[in-house]
Design a protein around this ligand. Structure first.
Ligand code: 5GP
Ligand code: MN
Length: 331
């Protein structure tokens, strides 16, 4: 963030403001951790803060402080519109372009409030204030750095620290991705000093499975995994009917794609799932294979070099397209 932008923001935030924080559709650990981490900080500074998500998110993320006040736009449109219309500042976290907040986008767009982007996705759009770092492991790390820039890192409480820790942990695959740097570990070290119960956060997020979720995973691995050795690729697809059979709950398929990527020799993996009549796709890759590019080129999506998402209207078309174009991205 440019010094001039930062100073403007600092002085804008020096008196209590009405602030909205929003994040991408299908919020994940980083989306919720960075949103609620920032919200809790801004509240301690005396601002009136609302976190508005486009839609619902998994139950294993619903333990963070402030969670009960989160407004899901899809269920509370009128309330969200009223609050957004009164906002004096809107933080846009963990997404690079307004279409990522789905049907809430026109509401944000029509607000006159300046918009602050804090994000780590590739190819960010330009907002009124921009704090984008595409090399950062997570938006939660950028929130920490933002609080440092504001000179307010001493105000990080245990609650804020646990939100940010959850964001960093989930977006780094539990600290294993290449995006993790010594700076990440230094930040995590500071967060633990602020009181993060790291084993407790891990337990809340990862050891919270229902039996049917594990059985769905077993089904995916046993019966739905397809390997394309000639392309060092693997994929899994699931229909809405199959989800129903395993009593699908939001978040149940998160992480399934990583099992396909964990096969020896596999360098690109895809997970296709039919939800609400469309095919949502998760891509993961290793090294310099850009699934961001693959998804932008063929599935109207994007994300990061090694983790991206997209969509398609039809399962067969999506899988056939993936098989047809994959060779263009694996060299
Ligand atoms: P996931 O596969 O976990 O849903 O998403 C992986 C990454 O890609 C996340 O950073 C997510 O924000 C991004 N992503 C997921 N779906 C889409 C999409 O439809 N469009 C874009 N631009 N990014 C996506
Ligand atoms: Mn993220």
């Amino acid at each position: 963030m440019k010094a001039e932008e930062l100073n403007q923001l600092k002085s804008f935030l020096s008196v209590p403001r009405r602030i909205v924080i929003t994040t991408h559709k299908g919020p994940d650990g980083d989306a919720m951790g960075s949103s609620l981490g920032l919200a809790n900080y801004l509240q301690t500074k005396g601002h009136i803060v609302s976190v508005i998500t486009p839609n619902d998110y998994p139950i294993f993320l619903k333990w963070m402080k402030g969670n009960d006040d989160v407004i899901e736009y899809c269920y509370h449109e009128e309330k969200a519109k009223r609050i957004t219309a009164k906002a004096e500042l809107i933080f846009c976290l963990d997404f690079n372009t307004l279409s990522r907040i789905d049907t809430y986008a026109p509401v944000v767009e029509s607000s006159k409030a300046p918009k602050v982007l804090i994000d780590h996705h590739q190819q960010p759009d330009i907002f009124d204030y921009n704090f984008s770092d595409t090399t950062a492991c997570s938006t939660a790390q950028l929130i920490f750095e933002f609080l440092e820039l504001l000179g307010d890192d001493h105000l990080i409480t245990q609650d804020i620290a646990e939100c940010l820790y959850a964001g960093i942990m989930t977006d780094t695959g539990n600290f294993k991705f290449n995006s993790v740097t010594s700076k990440t570990h230094q930040i995590v070290s500071t967060l633990i000093e602020k009181g993060v119960r790291n084993d407790w956060v891990y337990d809340k997020i990862h050891d919270n499975n229902s039996v049917s979720r594990l059985k769905l995973l077993g089904y995916c691995l046993n019966e739905k995994l397809e390997v394309l050795p000639e392309f060092n690729a693997a994929y899994i697809c699931l229909t809405e009917e199959e989800l129903k059979r395993f009593n699908f709950q939001k978040g149940d398929t998160e992480g399934v794609v990583n099992y396909a990527l964990s096969i020896k020799g596999v360098r690109v993996a895809a997970f296709f799932v039919q939800k609400d009549g469309i095919i949502k796709i998760s891509f993961r890759s290793k090294g310099d294979i850009s699934v961001n590019q693959l998804s932008r080129d063929h599935f109207g999506g994007g994300g990061h070099i090694n983790a991206a998402g997209g969509a398609s209207s039809d399962m067969d078309t999506a899988v056939q397209t993936f098989k047809k174009v994959i060779s263009n991205y694996i060299n």
